[in-house]
Design a binder for this molecule. Sequence first.
Ligand SMILES: Nc1ncnc2c1ncn2[C@@H]1O[C@H](COP(=O)(O)OP(=O)(O)OP(=O)(O)O)[C@@H](O)[C@H]1O
Ligand SMILES: [Mg+2]
Length: 352
Amino acid sequence: MNDDILVLSDVCKSYDGVSVLKHLFLKVKEGEFLTLLGASGCGKTTTLRIIAGLDSPDSGNVVLEGNDVCDLEPNQRDVNTVFQSYALFPHMDVEKNIGYPLKLKRVPRLEIAERVNEILKLVQLEGFNHRRVPNLSGGQKQRVALARALVSKPRILLLDEPLGALDLKLRRMMQIELKRLQKLLGLTFIYITHDQEEALNMSDRIAVMNNGVIEQIDASDVIYNKPRTSYVASFVGNANIIKGLVASVENDAAVVKFCEQTFLFSKPGLKAGEELHFALRTEHVILNAPDSKFHATVVEKSFRGSMLRIVLKTQCNQEIVSTNFGVDSKLKEGDKVLFSWKDENIVLVDHE
Ligand SMILES: Nc1ncnc2c1ncn2[C@@H]1O[C@H](COP(=O)(O)OP(=O)(O)OP(=O)(O)O)[C@@H](O)[C@H]1O
Ligand SMILES: [Mg+2]
């Protein structure tokens, strides 16, 4: 059965001759929490605006629940958006703000009042009906914006960095809140964030965008543990990119040369002379184990919160970062070390 609620296929968009979305494909499953993650300017908001109908694609299709919606106005699509800036009406009280979309749809007054109260309960703002918007805290404003987006019962909620303006503590609280609401209502969320930790915590799947395309879309743990490209590996979490050269191949294993040493990597189809890129998470760098064989020098040592970060420079002048939680090390700047990794922790990636 096809459980995709939304399908974008081959979507292209340019502004002033500059291509912003480049043949973008995206399938969103009904009821999932999908996050678009990517660097500033990679096209996340543009993608969301095209889904919402606030912008139209130059080419390609947007199919919502089996119907092409490209020619439909935003209010004809079963989709609502929450922005970072809240976009509340300052001259209206909370109740009027939330009820506004229903008023536009000419829902009877009594029903509006009922639905507003229901949704206020849901976002834990019971009794806030007549509070004025300027007198609300940031978190409360965000809840009102959320309530207003939810009150017309959209099939998909689009959220563009909705927690971006909140301080860290409130943000963590609202993350849990959003996730609770999404589960409770069984809604499909398409969520934009810069914050990779937020993405990893909240999402069922993450779509990593780079330069107008989606490089990888997978469950959070797969994105983290099995990145497909060097960009994904470096953007989500912290990874070293190891560049190796296949020296020889025997059966399905390659002998890979890296920094005057070699290591074995098993994969069918590799060829001698081929250049390979691997992602190695900083927490998977092992220092001075009995079988460590890559030579390096410590060039920097620092603590970031509870995390010890050691930067090495290899013989071939590459920086390798190693991180560890909660443990200090006798190593100091200038020390010679040997480093290594476990076979299962090195991931072959595509590299541009
Ligand atoms: N209306 C517009 N006119 C011209 N250029 C635009 C317009 N909207 C977006 N762009 C450009 O398109 C590119 C993608 O913008 P978009 O807002 O989608 O990025 P983003 O991934 O949401 O970035 P951020 O994380 O900073 O919000 C940017 O280079 C931006 O300057
Ligand atoms: Mg944006």
